[in-house]
Design a protein around this ligand. Structure first.
Ligand code: PGA
Length: 287
């Protein structure tokens, strides 16, 4: 089952990918915040501004604990100051393979509970990869086509696993991979066991957007909280670009914002510079 490749769909990268003369790369912007709730407010403001300017914006949705402060802050903001979100579209990063229909920890169920319902999004506009075992041979290709048809993802929310995975792209994933079936590492299965009655219930396989899919989004926002993520964040932001650290794929992207707390930032070598750059950033730029 693992290792099946979706059809490769060549797409132009966002124009901001072009590196100005004299630069060898564009650095990620790293924003160190006091806590998860400040991070959630910051990113929610950016998403709100995006939707205000583009009512059918395409959101790249992540699951797990990390993005929850964003969804909660956005729900609060929409409750106090309503905005038409009926045309907003969304694509989840991944889904488990073979979860029983209606299982509360399927990512379809999580996205519905944590995002669609609290934000009042239109359910038909929100896509999650098809983890039905009978459909997974074509699930990747169909998902890629749906993203392309939607015009691509405007803002992709990302967490990062202790293994360095983005989505469920575990170490070794190709930087040009598209949506496909992957086998979860035992470390990831152990981390996700907290959502299940027994560790054995955590599925072995998933359908995940590829790193190539993620890199085609126009803006990447990577969040991480806690000391347990410090090594993965340092490798993603400052480490060598290597498939052994899937998070390091962000270094290829022209517009990345990394929003982390002090603990997750604790292994970054250039922390003083990131703080300096953020403190002196023109406010009109946003993230
Ligand atoms: P977490 O998961 O937000 O639950 O820590 C992140 C991830 O595995 O990508």
């Amino acid at each position: 089952m693992p290792g099946q490749c979706a059809e490769f769909i060549p797409l132009e990268f966002p124009k901001r990918r072009l590196v100005p003369p004299g630069w060898s790369c564009l650095l990620a912007e790293v924003v160190v915040v006091e806590n998860e709730s400040v991070a959630g407010e910051l990113v929610a403001r950016s998403i709100r501004a995006l939707i205000a300017g583009k009512p059918d914006a395409v959101l790249g949705l992540a699951t797990g604990s990390t993005p929850l402060p964003i969804y909660r802050a956005l729900a609060r903001s929409l409750a106090t100051d309503p905005l038409d979100v009926s045309r907003v579209r969304g694509f989840a990063l991944d889904e488990y393979v073979g979860m029983p229909a209606g299982h509360p920890e399927s990512y379809r169920a999580v996205i519905t509970r944590e995002v669609v319902e609290p934000l009042g999004l239109t359910a038909q506009n929100i896509h999650v990869p098809n983890g039905d075992p009978s459909a997974i041979q074509t699930a990747g290709r169909e998902y890629e086509h749906a993203i392309v048809e939607a015009g691509g993802v405007d803002i992709q929310i990302l967490g990062i696993g202790r293994t360095g995975h983005l989505g469920f792209n575990e170490p070794g994933s190709s930087f040009s991979s598209t949506t496909r079936v992957k086998t979860l590492t035992e470390e990831t299965r152990a981390d996700n066991a907290r959502f299940f009655d027994s560790p054995d219930d955590v599925p072995m396989h998933c359908v995940t957007q590829g790193l190539g899919t993620v890199l085609r989004a126009r803006h990447l926002v990577l969040l991480a909280f806690g000391a347990g993520k410090a090594t993965a964040i340092a490798a993603a932001v400052e480490g060598p670009i290597t498939a052994s650290q899937p998070g390091s794929a962000i270094q290829f992207h022209p517009h990345v914002t990394v929003v982390i707390d002090e603990a997750a930032a604790s292994k970054l070598a250039n922390l003083a510079y990131y703080r300096h750059a953020w403190a002196n950033k023109p406010t009109w730029q946003g993230i």
